[in-house]
Design a protein around this ligand. Sequence first.
Ligand SMILES: Cc1cc2nc3c(=O)[nH]c(=O)nc-3n(C[C@H](O)[C@H](O)[C@H](O)COP(=O)(O)OP(=O)(O)OC[C@H]3O[C@@H](n4cnc5c(N)ncnc54)[C@H](O)[C@@H]3O)c2cc1C
Length: 458
Amino acid sequence: MDQQQLAELTEIVGIENISTAHSQRNLHGKDQSSHELVLPDAVVWPETTAQVSAIATFANANQIALTGWGAGSSLEGNSIPLQGGIVVDFGRMSQIVQTHSADFQVTVQPGIFYKDMNKTLAREGLFFAPDPGANASIGGMIANNAAGTRTVKYGATRDNVLALEVVLANGEIIRTGSRSIKQSAGYDLTHLFTGSEGTLGLITEATLRLHPLPEHFSAVVASFGNTPDAADAVYGIIGSGITPAACELLDANAVRYMNTLETVNLPEKPTLLLEFHGASIATIEAELAIVRDVCEECGAERFEVGVGRDERDRIWEGRHMLGEILFRIYPDSTYLITDVSVPISAYPVLAAYTNALFAELNIKGSLFGHAGDGNLHTVNFASKEDAEQQKMLQTFNDYVVHKAIELGGTCTGEHGVGIGKQKYMVYEHGEAAVGVMRQIKRMFDPNNILNPGKVVTI
Ligand SMILES: Cc1cc2nc3c(=O)[nH]c(=O)nc-3n(C[C@H](O)[C@H](O)[C@H](O)COP(=O)(O)OP(=O)(O)OC[C@H]3O[C@@H](n4cnc5c(N)ncnc54)[C@H](O)[C@@H]3O)c2cc1C
């Protein structure tokens, strides 16, 4: 961007809402993945939808790239401004616009972080269920269709978005969806923007579906002799028609990493962390009896039920911190995170295959995932100096992705396509379907200014 363009942009947002300082460009040039940093020319913090609209109109006229920014916690390079240009940080649009308690809904600006929003909503006995490990922004969660430990019962972000306000590439402001739970009025634009990684429009407001905080809950920790047995139990539980509020699989390495926290002390075995929510204790107890039977049939060595609230909170905090713990333990390594997801009946096959691959390819890493919805992650590490080992991480990922797709699944359950998953798009969807995606991108963004180079390239 030249001086004249920077002056015009400053005019739009005000001197207090723009920076070209190296430190700010640096902070907004990289997400939490291993993908390379790319510096934007400028970072802006709009305060209103009208300003976002003016920024888009200006960028479109000047063909300058525009990349939305929430918390920058993406894991696939989603928020890296590949072509420089302007990063639009929504941190100053972070208000709750209105809580519709009677309908279990809330309307918010995109920059609010979901944990902060949930703290406020808890006062009214409500919560937004999707809970990624990082304290992500609502705009970033919608753009990536994030999910988390509670998705097995409450759905991913996509299932919990009712309506949006979006600024299009040409600056036009549109509203999609409604506050009705049912809607059949035309094409579903709300869910087209959800998961589009900021490549079709910039979200400036969202109405979300909430749930009442559960009256009763029970948490379970089940330990197994090996990872495939634990994965068998996942299918057994979900296949029996029970819907846990969380069903997480951790291999022994993942538990070992969590135990580095003083607050967590789990047996270092392949483990299922389960949680059940219900309106009465009796319903939960009936479900727990079935779950115990399933786990024991699958060879559980230990089944601890009725974990108290404090311990349960400590374990979940440890689970949510797993990614950060790993990054801290291997600060000098490069890493690759897999994020495949399959139909639940295929989960044991996928988990056993992936588990065996660690030894086969001599890879250092650990396996875990939101198992109840068929999602499996591994975080694998290689020395920054060892090019061969780094190549092996890619090979590992290729094998796991191909296996997941062969089993009827996807290359990414929740992290999105970003930069890292584009090479699998045709394999997963076919040329024709990816061609339709390109046409959609061209229609919404003919000048290719919105987060260019992500999801599909045109
Ligand atoms: C330790 C750790 C654990 C994680 N665990 C999970 C997990 O369990 N589940 C999961 O799904 N993810 C997880 N993630 C990934 C990440 O938190 C999610 O992808 C999250 O949705 C990113 O939100 P963000 O606010 O950081 O978005 P950003 O990274 O800032 O942006 C994400 C994408 O959204 C676009 N964008 C941002 N704001 C807007 C807007 N207003 N309008 C349009 N586009 C916009 C960006 O351009 C980018 O493409 C984890 C990440 C970390 C670091």
